[in-house]
Design a protein around this ligand. Structure first.
Ligand SMILES: [Zn+2]
Length: 298
């Protein structure tokens, strides 16, 4: 996914900061071998499963640090593999335009989530979170939280090109959970419901499908101000990279990498095959094809 070099982003949804503080600590990777890798991949698409946060400690929203709004990014900066902040700003700009247009086409009212980039740890409306949780969406806040040190680790795993695309896929997937929050689909998820056909997996596969629909539609969606799309059309190689990322984080694949047997009943996000298939479905057939709730089998 390449941004037009001269693109200017007009979204105000992304902020940066609000992290750090005592007790924080990025998860180490590199020396830890395969166990560390699995931890990273498992948490990479943690989605709405907020186990590990501490919602029993209510947080006064006014005490939350909002960070500082990200401004001044260009498409050229967003294409720089090392510039995660601008890539997220560009991705958010495109996702906002895409979903605004999609809702408008269906005469529905849309609202953006906000995106907060942080380091190490952050206070959220869903409790305190650290890097170990991975990127996630907090429904009460309507905010996507992304630890940028975590993305650096992903880049090490997928390489610069696959890494950039995997980062945008993560953002689009979490944005998909926000779409579910707006449409009400998120309420269909029953806590603790696992397995290949569970409500939890259906929710995750719909978020993957929405990500695929955005990848295909982004280059055809005018920017909010009516300007040219901020993203160029994905190449086949880039789509293959996205499919490869989806395959890598399938529950069965992760269980195999963990050295244990494959236990479908414990799946929370879907198998490699399911994740690739729904990402492709969204990519090939668009948002209207993403009703994982009505599908007899997902
Ligand atoms: Zn998810």
């Amino acid at each position: 996914m390449t941004f037009r070099g001269d693109a200017n982003f007009d979204t105000s949804t992304v902020s940066r900061g609000g992290g750090g503080g005592p007790g924080g600590g990025a998860i180490a990777i590199g020396g830890g071998g395969i166990i560390t890798v699995i931890l990273v991949l498992v948490s990479m698409f943690f989605g709405i499963d907020l186990t590990g946060l501490s919602p029993q400690q209510p947080i006064d929203p006014s005490s939350q640090s909002q960070g500082e709004e990200v401004t001044g990014c260009t498409g050229e900066a967003a294409n720089d593999p090392a510039n995660v902040t601008c890539r997220m700003e560009g991705g958010a700009d495109s996702l906002s335009s895409f979903w605004e247009a999609t809702f408008a086409a269906n005469s529905l009212e849309y609202r953006d989530p906000s995106v907060q980039l942080f380091d190490r740890q952050v206070q959220t409306g869903c409790g305190a979170a650290t890097s170990a949780v991975g990127p996630f969406y907090c429904p009460p806040d309507e905010r996507i939280y992304i630890d940028t040190t975590f993305f650096q680790q992903m880049r090490d795993q997928f390489g610069a090109s696959g890494g950039s695309l995997a980062q945008l896929y993560v953002l689009a997937h979490e944005w998909g959970h926000h779409i579910q929050n707006v449409t009400g689909d998120l309420q269909r998820v029953q806590q603790g419901d696992t397995g290949p056909q569970s409500s939890g997996v259906r929710s995750e596969l719909q978020a993957d499908c929405y990500a695929g629909a955005w990848i295909a539609g982004a280059s055809q969606t005018a920017d909010d101000d009516g300007g040219a799309p901020v993203l160029e059309a994905p190449t086949q190689q880039e789509m293959n990279d996205a499919l490869n990322a989806a395959q890598t984080i399938g529950d069965d694949r992760l269980q195999q990498m963990g050295g244990g047997g494959v236990n479908p009943e414990s799946w929370t996000h879907g198998s490699s095959e399911q994740r690739m298939r729904w990402l492709s479905t969204g990519y090939n057939e668009g948002v209207g094809s993403c009703n994982t709730w009505q599908a007899p089998e997902v």
